[in-house]
Design a protein around this ligand. Structure first.
Ligand SMILES: Nc1ncnc2c1ncn2[C@@H]1O[C@H](COP(=O)(O)OP(=O)(O)O)[C@@H](O)[C@H]1O
Ligand SMILES: O=C(OP(=O)(O)O)[C@H](O)COP(=O)(O)O
Length: 396
């Protein structure tokens, strides 16, 4: 892997692709600086070597137009605060102004460019645009894991203009390492806990992961497609009837591959999809019409606990219940606590993909698992077994 530590940045201008696509409130203040904090070690390494850092990112989806609400100047103060250096800002990411600002940069200084997606060429992966970006730095560092699944100009195409002078930042290297630990080198038994709403959005992940894991916990809304496919009654629970054959096929494949699949045996059922619904514990395969399963039940959690505490490598993607409502968050909290205990006992635990991180943050599990990914879509595509273009471009 082409890593940062193999480079010395003395008197070098490092063009760094970061993912500063962070949430802002109505006053344009950063409400979660996690992605900025995650990029800090790379920026500091460049500065401590005696180089300067030119940071480029997108923010939101301005679709090729200058949208002042999505200007990166809103986050400049937060970046300065996080990295402890006063960050300069330039109102463009290519052209004369940006080039002059980059040229004027001295060792130890940091420059933040305006939103890359003000240009439609960015998302198109336009080569001429990438070449203009490449004029700003001597070395290219990709540290934007959250955007590594996009073959955009700044994440992928620009790398070809830096032959011999491109590498991964610390964050991207850490994300790759965490994925490898789960998918290739993890200590056995390896366990994947897959929850979330639908089978259809997780199917490629399940199929890919069956070759890597010893145990698979399936929870959340996906449960009911599997249960109904096996002849159970799921009442009004979320269920994809057209995916039942697929569910049976997954169970067959798992058996052939020696993977133990653990499905819920009981659920917290509700008479309405609402925080104030009436609830009761029901067997997962005996839910009458008028009721729907919205969280894992007590016997299920006992089973999950045994499997999780027995695992040495754990991947968690997707909540096991409707965690947004307090009444149906207990299962997801319990799973988080079991993973915490397993991690304290020496297991490696990775959480990521889609909105999983939202659940983890809401319940304060960030500090308790081994690694929380900074990428939603990028992590999902990695778990599907795809090579991310941003990663391939550095390795080429
Ligand atoms: N039993 C259930 N019924 C309906 N929705 C569920 C159920 N369990 C979990 N969910 C919902 O799944 C959503 C997350 O699904 P998904 O986007 O597939 O996961 P992720 O983004 O973590 O990959 C959450 O909003 C949660 O409320
Ligand atoms: O926040 C991001 O994606 P994520 O919400 O899937 O983690 C990335 O910055 C990518 O953004 P995009 O999905 O607009 O390309």
């Amino acid at each position: 892997m082409k890593v940062l530590d193999d480079h010395n940045f003395e008197n070098k201008k490092a063009l760094i692709r970061v993912d500063f696509n962070v949430p802002l409130n109505e006053k344009f203040e950063v409400t979660d600086a996690n992605r900025i904090e995650a990029a800090k070690p790379t920026i500091i390494k460049v500065l401590e070597d005696g180089g300067s850092a030119i940071l480029m990112s997108h923010l939101g989806r301005p679709d090729g137009k200058r949208n002042p609400d999505l200007s990166l100047k809103h986050i400049c103060a937060k970046v300065s605060e996080v990295i402890g250096v006063s960050v300069k800002f330039v109102e463009d990411c290519i052209g004369e102004k940006a080039e002059r600002a980059a040229q004027d940069l001295k060792s130890g200084e940091v420059l933040l460019l305006e939103n890359l997606r003000y240009y439609s060429e960015e998302e198109k992966g336009d080569e001429a645009f990438a070449e203009k970006l490449s004029k700003l730095g001597d070395v290219y560092i990709n540290d934007a894991f959250g955007t590594a699944h996009r073959a955009h100009a700044s994440t992928t195409i620009v790398a070809k203009f830096f032959p011999g002078a491109k590498c991964f930042g610390y964050l991207l290297a850490k994300e790759i390492d965490a994925i490898e630990k789960v998918m290739q080198t993890g200590e056995k038994p390896v366990l994947a806990i897959l929850g979330g709403a639908k089978v259809s959005s997780k199917i490629t992940i399940i199929e890919n992961i069956l070759d890597k894991v010893d145990d698979l916990i399936i929870g959340g809304g996906m449960t009911y497609t599997f249960v109904k496919a096996q002849g159970g009654s799921v009442g009004d629970s979320i269920c994809e009837d057209d995916k039942m054959d697929l569910a049976m096929d997954i169970l067959k494949q798992a058996k052939e591959k020696g993977v133990n699949v653990h499905l819920p045996v009981d659920v917290i059922a509700a008479d309405d999809f609402s925080p104030n619904a009436k609830t009761k514990v029901l067997d997962v395969d005996n839910i009458p019409n008028g009721w729907q399963g919205l969280d894992a039940g007590p016997k299920t959690l006992e089973n999950f606990k045994k499997v999780i505490l027995g695992a040495k490598t754990i991947l968690w993607n997707g909540p096991v219940g409707v965690f947004e409502m307090d009444a149906f968050a207990k299962g997801t909290i319990a799973v988080g606590n079991f993973i915490d205990e397993a991690t304290q006992n020496g297991a490696f635990s990775l959480v990521g993909g889609g909105d999983s991180v939202a659940a983890v943050k809401q319940f304060g599990f960030e500090e308790k698992v081994s690694y929380v990914s900074t990428g939603g879509g990028a992590m999902l595509e990695s778990l599907e077994g795809r090579t991310l273009p941003g990663i391939a471009a550095i390795n080429e």
